[in-house]
Ligand binder design. Structure first.
Ligand SMILES: O=C(O)c1cccc(C(=O)CC[C@H]2O[C@@H](n3cnc4c(=O)[nH]cnc43)[C@H](O)[C@@H]2O)c1
Length: 251
């Protein structure tokens, strides 16, 4: 199974590929790929290529599309794309679950939260204007496999172009997206590129900060990168099992 993992920055990419052996570096036009190959005989047959594409949905889409196109043209297309990195966790309430700092979230939906129009009556998603899409849904069996292997909480991951910085905005997003557990800035861009290539997509986020009033000094980036690295070390067996099950039912 060939998996493309797209992060925003190099520190996230290096967490994804961390392990006993240094990753192999290759290149696609404009981007470096860091490859983690199966560790040896008996290791899960998962080749993981990690790419730091930049911050935000546009950079993420450009990097993802470039890597997917290069792989398809070389005759070795990817089977899965994962958007991964740190993210903000929604804080929840006594009745709605949240995602605390240090926890993991796996997307059962990847939603563009600010793609639309502001109107006197409130925000309208682009779909209400008759355009495109604002949501991608990863395969449910894959979400369950990743949640089981890593302990990640399944929920909606929002993609925003502006990091939430106030309690009012956090409350607005939570009200509009009751299933949301996390926000980040790349997932929807990665998912749009994956959808254009017909490749399944997933988002995995390690929570570095609560979504709410801005307090950059309180971000626990090291803790979140550690959780991300641990998750990716547990992921390959789950991905291999998912892939094997799929090839049994799809000849
Ligand atoms: O300074 C560092 O060492 C460092 C290491 C890894 C990542 C960063 C970033 O600043 C990455 C930016 C990245 O973070 C995501 N993110 C994290 N929290 C939130 C949030 O509350 N709302 C939206 N996005 C968030 C986002 O995907 C950015 O790409 C720094």
């Amino acid at each position: 199974m060939r998996v493309l993992v797209v992060t925003a920055v190099a520190a996230e990419r290096d967490a994804v590929t961390s392990g006993p052996a240094a990753p192999l570096e290759t290149a696609v036009p404009g981007f470096a790929l860091h490859r983690r190959a199966p560790a040896g005989p008996g290791a899960p047959p998962v080749v993981l290529d990690a790419l730091a594409a930049g911050v935000g949905p546009a950079a993420a889409a450009a990097g993802t599309a470039t890597a997917l196109t290069a792989a398809a043209l070389s005759g070795s297309p990817y089977d899965l794309v994962v958007s991964a990195g740190i993210g903000g966790g929604l804080t929840g309430s006594p009745t709605v679950p949240g995602a605390p700092v240090g926890s993991l979230v796996v997307s059962d939906a990847i939603v563009a939260a600010d793609l639309g129009a502001e109107t006197p009556e409130g925000f309208l998603p682009v779909t209400d204007l008759g355009f495109g899409t604002v949501e991608h849904r990863p395969p449910a069996a894959l979400v369950a496999a990743v949640a089981g292997a890593t302990g990640a909480r399944p929920g909606t991951v929002l993609t925003v172009s502006t990091v939430t910085g106030s309690a009012a905005r956090a409350a607005e997003l939570a009200a509009r997206h009751p299933g949301a557990l996390a926000e980040a800035m790349e997932g929807f861009g990665v998912a749009e590129a994956a959808a254009a290539h017909g490749v399944p997509v997933l988002e995995l986020r390690a929570v570095s900060n609560p979504v709410g009033p801005r307090d950059r000094a309180a971000w626990r980036i090291g803790e979140a990168l550690g959780a991300l690295a641990a998750a990716f070390r547990q992921l390959s067996p789950a991905l291999a099992a998912y892939s094997a099950e799929r090839s049994e039912v799809t000849p």
